[in-house]
Design a protein around this ligand. Structure first.
Ligand SMILES: Nc1ncnc2c1ncn2[C@@H]1O[C@H](COP(=O)(O)OP(=O)(O)OP(=O)(O)O)[C@@H](O)[C@H]1O
Length: 259
């Protein structure tokens, strides 16, 4: 399988807290990787390092064999899209406008891309290509009335819009940070179906969530983090039955404080 994303020895400290301590990972095309671990294990920090929201202290990253660096906008252009643990939507804008922002995001990365896009008229909100993308992801996630203001939506509905916005980027790597938190059963089903659909198209997905059963039902592989390090990386069923899993969730736990 084609390797999409590779990280080597990624490390990040916040003051005296070692949030991530030498994590390496590999994600292939059409693979769903579950990232689990207790609160503070470093899951969001790893996602932040992958999408450039936080700079790594150590380590390197590549996408399709090319070095992956720079801010989130540059990484979006390289094919990366993400959702956030706490949705980052423009609350005064409508569902439609938020999703269209996702469709435009890779083109907005960099002045060259912006100028080229403007010249080509690519950002017209009524552009046929954008409309097709909008309706495809809106239908997949059952977004309902696209004219609603995002500030008027429930948290669960906002999550669906955020996943839709990430899908509208047509990413090759999708990072989902707790997409099921606050979603109702319909939302969970819609997001799960969307994950399966983009996986079938060859997208690589990293799924962070605390609901281990949902994660295990969707992923090809699980990475279990504890105190900023990987303690298990492999088959989901083996992970759930592993002594590492027992120890992380029912053992003494660990402190990720720099010695
Ligand atoms: N911006 C920050 N400033 C200071 N400390 C941070 C920051 N972000 C994360 N941390 C710390 O780094 C460690 C790892 O946090 P992180 O959010 O990555 O864990 P997590 O596994 O995603 O946890 P959760 O499941 O609660 O979201 C924690 O000790 C956290 O308090």
């Amino acid at each position: 399988m084609t390797v999409l994303l590779e990280g080597e020895g990624l490390g990040k400290s916040y003051g005296g807290v070692r949030a991530l301590d030498g994590v390496s990972l590999r994600l292939s095309a059409g693979e769903v990787l579950g990232l689990i671990g207790p609160n503070g294990a470093g899951k969001t920090t790893l996602v932040d390092l992958l999408d450039g929201a936080q700079p790594a202290d150590r380590g390197s990253l590549s996408i399709r064999g090319r070095k992956l660096t720079g801010p989130p906008s540059r990484r979006a252009r390289a094919g990366l899209a993400r959702t956030f643990q706490h949705p980052h939507l423009a609350l005064d804008l409508t569902v439609r406008e938020n999703v269209l922002l996702g469709a435009a995001a890779p083109k907005l990365a960099g002045i060259g891309g912006l100028v080229a896009g403007l010249v080509a008229g690519a950002f017209r909100p009524s552009g046929a290509r954008f409309d097709a993308t909008l309706h495809r992801v809106a239908d997949a996630l059952e977004l309902g009335d696209l004219r609603r203001r995002c500030g008027d939506l429930t948290l669960g509905e906002q999550r669906l819009v955020e996943v839709a916005r990430a899908l509208a980027q047509e990413p090759s790597v999708l990072l989902l940070d707790e997409p099921f938190a606050g979603a109702d059963s319909g939302g969970i089903a819609a997001i799960s179906a969307a994950i399966r659909a983009v996986r079938a198209q060859g997208c690589g997905i990293i799924l962070v969530d605390h609901n281990v059963d949902i994660v295990a039902s969707l992923v090809d592989r699980i990475m279990l983090l504890r105190s900023g390090t990987v303690v298990f990386d492999g088959d989901p069923a083996e992970c759930l039955a592993s002594p590492e899993m027992q120890d992380v969730y029912f053992g003494t736990g660990g402190e990720n404080v720099v010695a």
